[in-house]
Design a protein around this ligand. Structure first.
Ligand SMILES: [Zn+2]
Ligand SMILES: [Zn+2]
Length: 328
């Protein structure tokens, strides 16, 4: 199949190599921003990947057991699992949350991080460790948008899990605005990541029902602008975020500590605006709304600083600002 023919604009054609000697199994067409769990599941369903083969450090755990959310093992996946049909750059840029988080780093930091991931450099990924310390990258249960699933079935033959549906603060699909569904409508079993392939249009593992329901969690006026901002960042279309963070009265270092708050009238009004947009009473409250595990009070020996707050918190502060900063 030539990559240009009938290829949806938001999908990636991971080249199919033709051989005359034996029929080639179809390599599935994968949408951008599908999770790596989704990509591996689709490849496994097509018989292209044995998820039980030892791939990472000789570990025999299912390939699906590894956490690929921040681009880990990109080089190894590309070479030993996808045999070069998906390059490490595409894994990091289109199937991990790295571009979203990189928007909060300086250009140099972001370049170094990405370069390290795609190059398969050994050693610990301290940036990823820092992000994980502050909160979870993806919610515990899998979420999906009903419209995305229906469109995927037509375009790709199966429904995919999307990166931007799994953010803990996500309530709606950033593309369609649909409320994200999380659990079986009949038996209430949530969809979860397991060691077996799973795709977004699979029926409920428990009862076989294929109707899904939403959790109807509280959604505030802050949620939608945050989703739009994060989705732009994920697509690499928000390179200005680190500059906005540095310039923001509540986020810029070093004066903006919670202890100092109230010193300036402007700071107070920004803070009030933030709390109103998110219907919260304190930074800790906002943290819990965003699904973060940052312990604000643990920082109180030195005054807790918003400038060193988790990226997700910074995003929530930026998203609460008037439209000029987060217009897409
Ligand atoms: Zn959608
Ligand atoms: Zn069920």
């Amino acid at each position: 199949m030539p990559p240009s023919k009938g290829k949806p604009h938001d999908s990636l054609s991971y080249g199919i190599r033709e051989t005359r000697a034996r029929p080639v199994k179809m390599i599935p067409l994968i949408p951008k921003y599908a999770t790596m769990h989704s990509v591996l599941s689709a490849w496994a369903r097509c018989g292209q990947v044995n998820i039980k083969t030892p791939q990472h450090r000789g570990n025999r755990a299912s390939l699906l057991a590894f956490d690929y959310t921040l681009g880990a093992h990109a080089r190894k996946l590309s070479e030993s699992v996808f045999k070069g049909a998906i390059c490490a750059d595409d894994i990091v840029d289109f199937h991990s949350h790295v571009p979203m988080y990189a928007s909060f780093l300086t250009a140099l930091q972001a370049f170094g991080w990405r370069d390290r991931l795609t190059g398969g450099a050994p050693g610990r990924d301290t940036i990823a460790m820092g992000i994980r310390r502050m909160g979870v990258v993806e919610a515990e249960t899998l979420r999906k948008c009903p419209t995305c699933v229906r469109e995927d079935q037509v375009r790709f033959g199966c429904g995919h899990w999307r990166l931007f549906h799994q953010w803990p603060a996500a309530r709606r699909c950033a593309i369609h605005g649909d409320e994200l569904v999380t659990h079986c409508a009949r038996c209430k079993t949530p969809a979860v990541r397991g060691n077996e392939p799973s795709l977004a249009d699979d029926p409920c593992l428990n009862c076989g029902c294929d109707e899904w329901a939403a959790e109807h969690r509280d959604s505030t006026t802050g949620h939608w602008p945050l989703m739009q901002l994060m989705y732009r960042a994920l697509k690499g279309q928000a390179p200005e975020l680190s500059a906005l963070v540095r310039a923001h009265p509540l986020l810029r270092a070093p004066s903006s500590t919670w202890g100092d708050f109230g010193a300036g009238k402007a700071d107070r009004s920004h803070l009030q605006h933030l709390f109103t947009a998110w219907h919260v009473e304190s930074p800790a409250h906002l943290g819990s709304v965003l699904g973060m595990n940052w312990n604000w009070s643990a920082d109180s020996s030195s005054a807790p600083s918003i400038a060193t707050s988790p990226f997700m918190f910074q995003a929530a502060v930026l998203a609460a600002e008037p439209a000029r900063q987060c217009a897409s």
